[in-house]
Design a protein around this ligand. Structure first.
Ligand code: SAH
Ligand code: SF4
Ligand code: F3S
Length: 473
């Protein structure tokens, strides 16, 4: 069936569940365990649930549906899910709530097997390719009172026009592509998210236009490899229609930059190997694109990078950074790093520290290598002992933290454009917002500044945030 008709069919199921729920005002709770794509999927699940008449609660004990949207990129996610499922057993015995688990981890056969064996009170299991079918799965679980397992092992399709309930009214995420074709040897994502496929330019542009109309100021474009947007379609001659001149990632950025009302554009994650000059030029020339670019390094050593299948060397990464710094005024960088990849020696790890010292990232997301069943790196014999992995992690962390203070000091005395997001969580009298480089800024101000982009003078730095004063309104 065409994706469009499949979505229509699901809308019928939404109506059916809504009808069943009439006058009941049932509640749902959702726990999102993964990346920003996973969060965006959760917003779609919330959209569907709310259209079906469910009201959100943060208390799993009072929820009629307890929903988990899982991640499997590292091992700790598994322990967390199983812990939560264990806690819910009693709740389920008392109130008979529906337990539904979706997302990346459900694409792994050994996990769904474990759920069946050890947590048989789970009602619905669905995967990444069947998220759009959640209304049907739920309807069947409610009506037929049977266990549903709805997981497909396919390349995957794009489903447009699903309901969505966004977390924020200021910043919105927009998924521009699904799946990944890169097969970095440590990574499970290509196996659980299927092949790379891009949304059509018209669908993305129209979604962003609607968000602008609804008052959103910041858009984050999401994908596992955003700068290969529409690449597979071109390589495989899959037809796509240009819209507003969009036929690549660079032209997509330029088209979104023109949309009135949107003031900031971010994107995650680009891959260094696909960082073409047209994208660098678009970033430099488009005033709304934030100049904080996430550029995942993973390792600073050429041999390890080769074994990771990252397709760039230490020098190529550093040269790319140099080129970007030269062409993009006020560029800042963030990155992802994995320590303890199988076979990584002390000297090879030193190369990672070397790149961190040289590039001076604004932010570093650090991960200890985690073995993933089914990936090539898991089969490498020379796995690094936990103790050494942790020691390397601590050394990297120390270096990164020592750079933060120096970096924060750069801000003191400068004027920064800040998108005001709301009241500070820790201090009701203060407002909080973020700079172009995504630093948190706290300052005194009136609530009517929320959802505005204003100029703030930074007066002091406090490791994880900056303090500022309003300059002009
Ligand atoms: N597609 C994105 C994000 C992938 S997942 C990218 O390529 O940047 C986010 C991060 O998790 C990765 O960048 C990587 O640093 C980390 N990661 C992925 N697999 C991992 C594993 N097996 N062990 C530890 N960290 C991992
Ligand atoms: Fe994983 Fe690599 Fe794809 Fe990122 S690019 S999702 S790290 S395989
Ligand atoms: Fe996790 Fe899936 Fe994202 S494995 S990192 S939730 S794509």
């Amino acid at each position: 069936m065409e994706a469009e008709n499949e979505v229509k069919e699901q809308k019928e199921y939404i109506k059916k569940v809504k009808e069943k729920n009439k006058d009941l005002r049932p509640k749902y709770s959702i726990l999102t365990m993964g990346c920003q794509l996973n969060e965006n999927d959760s917003e779609k699940l919330c959209g569907m649930l709310e259209e079906m008449g469910y009201i959100r609660t943060d208390n799993p004990k009072e929820a009629d549906i307890n929903l988990f949207n899982t991640c499997c990129v590292r091992e700790n996610a598994e322990e967390k899910l199983f812990g939560k499922l264990g806690e819910l057993k009693k709740v389920k015995e008392q109130n008979g709530c529906i337990i539904a688990i979706g997302g990346c981890m459900m694409q792994e056969k050994h996990i769904t097997k474990k759920i069946k064996e050890s947590y048989p009170y789970t009602d619905i299991v669905f995967g990444t390719h069947t998220l759009y079918r959640f209304p049907e799965d739920l309807y069947k679980a409610l009506k037929e009172k049977k266990k549903i397992e709805d997981v497909l092992d396919v390349d995957g399709k794009i489903y447009e026009d699903l309901p969505i309930k966004r977390e924020s009214g200021i910043k919105a995420s927009v998924t521009i592509m699904n799946g990944c074709n890169n097969f970095c040897t440590y990574c499970i994502v290509p196996y659980v998210r299927g092949r790379e496929r891009s949304r059509m330019p018209k669908d993305i542009i129209q979604e962003v236009e609607e968000l602008a109309k609804a008052g959103y100021k910041e858009i984050t474009l999401l994908g596992q490899n955003v700068n290969s947007y529409l690449r597979v379609e071109k390589e495989k001659n899959i037809p796509f229609e240009e819209y507003e001149g969009v036929n690549s990632f660079a032209t997509l950025l330029r088209a979104i930059n023109k949309i009135n009302g949107i003031e900031r554009i971010r994107f995650v994650s680009p891959h260094p190997k696909d960082f073409t000059d047209d994208v660098i030029k678009a970033i430099a020339e488009c005033n709304k694109i934030c100049k904080l670019i996430h550029l995942p390094l993973q390792s600073g050593n050429t041999k390890v990078l080769k074994e990771m299948n990252r397709k760039y060397t230490k020098e190529q990464y550093l040269n790319l950074v140099e080129k970007m710094k030269n062409k993009i005024p006020n560029l800042t960088l963030s990155t992802d790093i994995i320590v303890g990849f199988p076979g990584e020696t002390e000297e090879e790890f030193e190369d990672t520290l070397d790149v961190v010292r040289k590039v001076k990232f604004e932010q570093v997301y650090m991960f200890i290598y985690s073995r993933r069943v089914g990936t090539p790196a898991d089969k490498i014999e020379n796995q690094i002992p936990e103790e050494i992995k942790h020691k390397r992690f601590d050394r990297l962390k120390e270096l990164v933290e020592s750079q933060i203070e120096e970096n924060n000091n750069k801000y003191v005395g400068t004027i920064q454009k800040v998108l005001v997001e709301g009241k500070s969580k820790n201090n009701e009298d203060m407002l909080t917002g973020r700079t172009d480089s995504n630093k948190v800024v706290i300052f005194e101000g009136n609530e009517d500044l929320i959802n505005k982009l204003i100029e703030i003078k930074i007066v002091s730095q406090h490791m994880w945030y900056l303090k500022g004063k309003i300059l002009k309104q």
